[in-house]
Design a protein around this ligand. Sequence first.
Ligand code: PXL
Length: 286
Amino acid sequence: MEKLKRVLAIHDLSGFGKCSLTVALPVISVAGIECTCMPTAVLSTHTGGFTGYTFRDLSEDMYPMAKHWDSLGLDFDAIYVGYLGSSSQAKLVEDIIKLLKDEKTLVIIDPVMADNGEYYKGLNQDMCKGFLGICEFADIITPNFTEATLLLGEKYIEPPYTYDYVEGLLKRLSGLGPSKVVLTGVSFTDGEVGAASYDKETNEIHYASTTRTPGSYHGTGDLFTSAFSSAMIRGITIDKSIKIAVDIVKSSTDLTYKRGTPTNYGVDFESTLPQFIMDIQNNLNK
Ligand code: PXL
């Protein structure tokens, strides 16, 4: 029987307000992959749409955790990096990648720092510099348009976009180091949204799109990259992996909208997981 795949997820743990590890752990687990968790910080809630949250930086524990896992002889099929507790953690992440990565480890970096043209609360260009420094160690990066333009030092442009602009961005982002780039929030018309992927080696570009759910939701980037990474680690091709990820985000935002769940609570992805498992199963080895 095939060995159980294992991913290391490096993200914050926000106790309430689904994002980061509280999304990555369930999504990766139901995809049939073991998820090892390295919290970068522990917060009472995420920082979007809440005030008064607690925040404990776990920088001191991160490298010792990695050293312990290394001493146990653990190997990782993927390392998935998301929200960092501080910009100086980028250097720690670089050291952790160097310690734990082997020939088969897929390094996926989601440069979580901004959305809708603005940095998340408390973040600035230092975080951008931090992510730029580790992009060269990534096999795949998964920015939204705000993060993509920050990384490239370009001006943020509101959607809708043109194919020329999207494809140019994908190619310029691949110049930062990764062999594959996935852009989220790709929208060519008002009513539709999705993702695009670029493979520098094959020069292939793929798109996946769906109808846009009214409103703006928190934690959708984390849900997208958790689902996308899971599909890739299970060996599903990149075009099908972005489609699976777009679909789980769409069904989760639809449920959140229909229930009227406050958007800062994160998206109601829980009851979409059975369909996600079927999507993974139906695309294996195809
Ligand atoms: O979903 C991105 C994210 C993750 N983690 C924390 C955040 C945010 C966005 O604001 O605050 C702690």
